[in-house]
Design a protein around this ligand. Structure first.
Ligand code: MRU
Length: 362
């Protein structure tokens, strides 16, 4: 997508041909800065500190982290050490493990002197595939938006967190259909949940929608139910960090409450995802998905910009009060209208997913 008229992906190989550059998402929305990652350790730190974030992008960054580890030492032991370090950085998004497993499969049987080249080739393909996958998700999601537009003439979509191009390599998952609808001239407006505590909605989703010229308004996380009751939400479309084989959806904390409100108001609730986000090994999302618990400081403190343009962090809550901060929650499949994948829209159920991914039957 474009920033200031220039096309960017969220991760690319630097001019030196081996390190990678990423957009530093901790600086958005106030500054657009890129950051160079020059080792597996720096890639791991960028994932942990959320310089890069969003399930697909975490996977892509992990893949290049392995490439850089192999450049230093192409042995099996070094590969395993780097894998372990990277896979532990963030536990909920399954794309990271998926991407690292793909990388290991691509290099494991290569002689040592070919491993680095094989790794960089696999990481590049993984990124290109992510773009193509998201474009396909966009096309399938677009049909849902077009159906509403055909009836009403305009469409209001509510989204939570950031599942746009900043969370992926390009396009985004939940936002891809929105960009396509906008580009086709469909009058579309997006309710952007601010997404406390880290405000990925208010700072990232609003930033990228604004940069593309899509009409939107940031709302408090608690406002969505109200707009649904008043007929001002036609569709919810969110992303996911891990979806089980039975269609349960882990996504940014607060997604579950939106799905409950949507169910109560008969608002269709869709989840957009690449198949790399499906964890085929588990069925019970609530009990089997590890939920990342992040620092309480994300609740008690907030970053903002002063009128003088200085970006600073301030304390927000009663000093000394403890805080808990689960980063994700699980929306049970029964609350999900459909899963928008690169192969089409599936019912949120084992059968629904297997219809689109029959090779997983075995
Ligand atoms: O903690 P984050 O910012 O890495 O959260 C991940 C997300 O961006 C969302 O949960 C998103 O909706 C799914 S990733 C496309």
């Amino acid at each position: 997508m474009k920033i200031h008229g220039r096309h960017y992906r969220t991760i690319w190989v630097a001019a030196d041909g081996w390190s990678v550059e990423v957009i530093d998402q901790t600086k958005l929305p106030f500054a657009f800065e890129t950051k160079r990652l020059a080792s597996a350790e720096e890639a791991a730190e960028a994932i942990k500190s959320m310089v890069v974030r969003g399930a697909p992008l975490i996977g892509a960054t992990g893949a290049y982290g392995l490439c850089m580890a192999l450049r230093v030492d192409a042995s099996d032991e070094a590969l395993e050490r780097a894998y372990e370090m990277l896979v532990k950085t963030r536990p909920t998004a399954i794309n990271l493990k998926w991407a690292l497993d793909e990388m290991v499969a691509a290099v494991r049987n290569q002689p040592k002197d070919r491993r680095v080249a094989a790794a960089y080739a696999r990481a590049a393909k993984l990124c290109d595939d992510d773009v193509a996958t998201n474009e396909a998700i966009g096309r399938h999601g677009l049909t849902l938006i077009e159906a509403v537009a055909a009836k009403k003439g305009h469409v209001n979509v509510l989204t939570h967190c950031n599942a746009g191009w900043l969370a992926c390599v390009d396009w985004g998952t939940a936002l891809a259909p929105i960009y396509m609808a906008h580009d086709k001239g469909i009058p579309i407006h997006v309710w952007v949940d601010e997404t406390r505590p880290r405000n990925q909605g208010g700072s990232l989703t609003a930033y990228e929608l604004g940069a593309h010229g899509v009409k939107h308004a940031i709302i408090a996380d608690n406002a969505g139910g109200h707009y649904m009751q008043h007929g001002e939400v036609d569709l919810c479309i969110v992303g996911t960090d891990r979806t089980t084989a039975s269609g349960d959806v882990a996504n940014k904390i607060g997604t579950y409450l939106k799905a409950l409100a949507a169910h109560d108001n008969r608002v269709p609730f869709y989840v957009a995802l690449p198949s790399s986000t499906i964890d085929w090994t588990i069925a019970d999302g609530v009990n089997e998905i590890e939920i990342e618990e992040r620092s309480g400081r994300e609740i008690t403190h907030v970053q903002g910009r002063t009128p003088k343009g200085e970006v600073m962090t301030v304390e927000l809550t009663a000093p000394g009060s403890p805080a808990r901060n689960p980063a994700f929650d699980v929306t049970p499949a029964r609350l999900v209208t459909g899963l928008i994948t690169e192969r089409g829209v599936a019912a949120a159920s084992r059968e629904g997913l297997l219809k689109l991914f029959p090779e997983r039957r075995s």
